[in-house]
Design a protein around this ligand. Structure first.
Ligand SMILES: *Cc1c(COP(=O)(O)O)cnc(C)c1O
Length: 402
């Protein structure tokens, strides 16, 4: 039975979060996900420009995909009512795994209901206590938790410090580690920073180590062919394992996968706990994801639009003297430092300017590095970019940050 004092403690704690600007407030969207959305702001429905979705490629309400989804729902209905190995594997699940493996130029793929799940038991399935994981400090929570769940020795390096990584590899060697695996995000999603996969692969070669990349914020839209940070860094043939999501760039909420050599994938099908004990992609998501592979393999238009929008936003914000993290990525961190300030600016952008952007503060980012994370999409028109920059300038001047 929950005691009243405990409920009171929780209320006090939440009140404190609000005072520090750390409370995560939700504004429900009452339309489909797109560049323009309808949002319930404190009981009033407002039309707003959306700049915080992972809908990088404007696929969240793509007509071709909606048609494919409907068609699959009509024939396969919602789901499989089983995990994969019992009777939860449809031909559409298999087809998607084949398509995504080919798209990323890997031998095979295994899908999950989310990338969080994919990462969660990956390391436990592949590494034992005689092995070592060397992991970047800013990695996504799902990797951190996944690594905690495995028995291998754990080493942590500063994500952008290759000397530190090399030292940790030496430490792992001197402690007698058998297999070693470097684990990194491809893109560090709070900053838009891109991992130096070239140097990481060089070190991996030198120390005979595997490389695993979580490319959730890059697969499908980074770079020429959408093959992610491995393609951007020119190391496509040197990465051993990539995990990624279909819940971001593709605009829907659910689905993740891992690509690797076929033997690794086979082992995961037999030993990855989320795969064995939890439901997988519904067939409609598998079929529309395959359709995306076909669309993105035949045209670069969406990626080009995203790139142009990103360049425009980044250069106009710099001209207006905002502090933004330098990168080429459509995640643009506009830095304010103070959590309260960041939260006030975001609230004013939402409630007064009709621009939907979110502030990020501790514990999602380090203390004193609060920011608004803007996410650019191929769905944005030039005029949308002009409007967000104008609003930032207006609100920024009011709060004396520029
Ligand atoms: C979003 C994200 C995940 C989780 O993906 P889901 O498919 O939403 O579970 C994992 N890793 C990184 C780096 C992410 O950004």
């Amino acid at each position: 039975m929950l005691k009243n004092e405990y409920i009171q403690d929780i209320e006090n704690e939440m009140e404190e979060l609000k005072q520090w600007g750390l409370y995560k407030k939700e504004y429900p969207i009452v339309s489909s996900q797109s560049s323009t959305i309808k949002v319930d702001v404190n009981g009033k429905i407002k039309t707003m420009l959306n700049f915080c979705a992972n809908n990088y490629l404007d696929l969240a309400n793509d007509k071709r995909l909606i048609e494919m989804g409907k068609k699959t729902l009509d024939t396969y209905w919602f789901g499989t009512a089983s995990v994969r190995f019992i009777c939860g594997t449809t031909d559409l699940n298999k087809q998607f795994e084949k398509d995504i493996a080919k798209f990323l130029t890997f031998e095979d793929a295994i899908s999950f209901a989310s990338c969080y799940q994919a990462n969660n038991w990956l390391f436990e399935a592949l590494l034992g206590k005689e092995d070592a994981v060397i992991s970047a400090n800013l990695n996504h929570a799902s990797l951190i938790q996944g690594i905690r769940l495995c028995k291998a020795q754990k080493f942590r390096y500063q994500f952008n410090d290759m000397e530190d990584l090399e030292n940790k590899l030496k430490e792992a060697d001197s402690s007698g580690a058998k297999k070693k695996m470097i684990v990194t995000d491809g893109v560090f999603s709070m900053d838009g920073d891109i991992a130096d996969l070239n140097s990481i692969c060089d070190l991996a070669d030198k120390y005979e180590c595997m490389v695993m990349v979580d490319d959730c914020h890059a697969t499908w839209f980074v770079w020429e062919n959408g093959r992610g940070t491995a393609e951007l860094c020119g190391v496509e043939w040197r990465i051993d394992i990539i995990s990624s999501t279909i819940g971001k760039a593709l605009g829907w909420a659910s689905g993740g996968f891992i690509v690797s050599k076929k033997q690794v994938v086979e082992k995961l099908r037999n030993q990855h706990k989320w795969y064995l004990f939890s439901n997988n992609l519904i067939p409609a998501i598998a079929s529309i994801s395959s359709e995306v592979v076909h669309i993105l393999s035949s045209s670069k238009d969406l990626r080009t639009r995203l790139e142009n929008n990103t360049k425009k936003f980044r250069s106009e914000m710099e001209e207006a003297w905002f502090t933004i993290r330098e990168s080429i990525h459509p995640v643009v961190a506009v830095m304010f430092g103070d959590a309260q300030l960041s939260s006030s600016i975001s609230r004013e952008m939402i409630e007064e300017e009709g621009i939907y952007v979110k502030d990020f503060s501790f514990p999602v980012v380090p203390k004193n590095e609060a920011r608004i994370r803007v996410q650019i999409s191929a769905a944005h028109e030039e005029d949308h970019i002009d409007r967000i920059v104008e609003s930032f300038i207006k609100v920024g001047e009011k709060y004396n940050v520029i």
